[in-house]
Design a protein around this ligand. Structure first.
Ligand code: HEC
Length: 187
């Protein structure tokens, strides 16, 4: 009897320690994961490597599935094909002819080098992707730039701050009366 009791105690200590270690391991593996989820779901990820300088705009998930607003073409020297697409908020606003665009609107301009179709001489098709440009409407956060946050990305990485200083300047001068947006819904 006297030898059984300490043995039992020792065993329950061992179980308690094992459980504590397990809990610790689970916590240590989960916490960074949970933090990354919380950050990813946060509004703009300013300060992360994927976000544009000044504005903290990131490439929106799923934009390749978004609806087309209009295609465009850029003459030499860029020689690019473009397509402006928008999220549902953007499409709804366009269809209702609503200006200014509501908060939550996201416009993405995709761009590719122009290429001749290998099958048909007269046809031009998209070559290599060049840039992804993004405009996000948040009238409070981006009050200083007409309510728009800007992001320009090459190979998924934002370009430098100097380039981001040019965005609003040009959109402001030429498209102010249309809430700083050039692209009209293609007929
Ligand atoms: C010198 C003028 C100029 C500058 C600078 C400029 N843009 Fe634009 N942007 C345009 C024009 C013109 C269009 C419409 C024609 C087209 O699609 O190419 C446009 C279109 C866009 C669109 C599609 C929505 C719209 O307004 O039609 C986005 C998104 C965009 N630009 C983002 C940017 C970002 C981000 C920057 C800065 C890195 C930037 N632009 C800098 C002239 C400019």
């Amino acid at each position: 009897m006297t030898s059984v009791e300490p043995e039992k105690k020792r065993r329950s200590y061992a179980t308690a320690i094992t459980q504590a270690v397990l809990v610790l391991v689970v916590l240590l593996t989960c916490v960074p994961y949970l933090v990354s989820i919380a950050l990813a779901e946060g509004p703009a990820q300013a300060g992360t490597a994927d976000a544009s300088p000044i504005f903290g705009v990131t490439i929106p998930a799923g934009y390749k599935q978004w609806e087309l607003i209009a295609p465009a073409e850029e003459a030499a020297p860029l020689d690019e094909l473009r397509a402006v697409v928008g999220n549902q908020t953007a499409i709804d606003a366009y269809q209702a002819g609503k200006l200014p665009f509501p908060d939550g609107t996201i416009l993405v301009k995709r761009a590719w080098k122009r290429k001749k179709s290998p099958e048909f001489e007269a046809a031009t098709i998209p070559g290599a992707a060049t840039t992804v440009q993004v405009m996000v409407k948040d009238s409070k956060k981006y009050a200083a730039t007409g309510g728009w946050g800007f992001g320009r990305f090459v190979n998924g990485r934002p370009v430098d701050e100097a380039q981001h200083r040019t965005c609003f300047a040009c959109h402001e001068v030429r498209a102010k009366s249309r809430d700083y947006v050039f692209t009209r819904l293609a007929p």
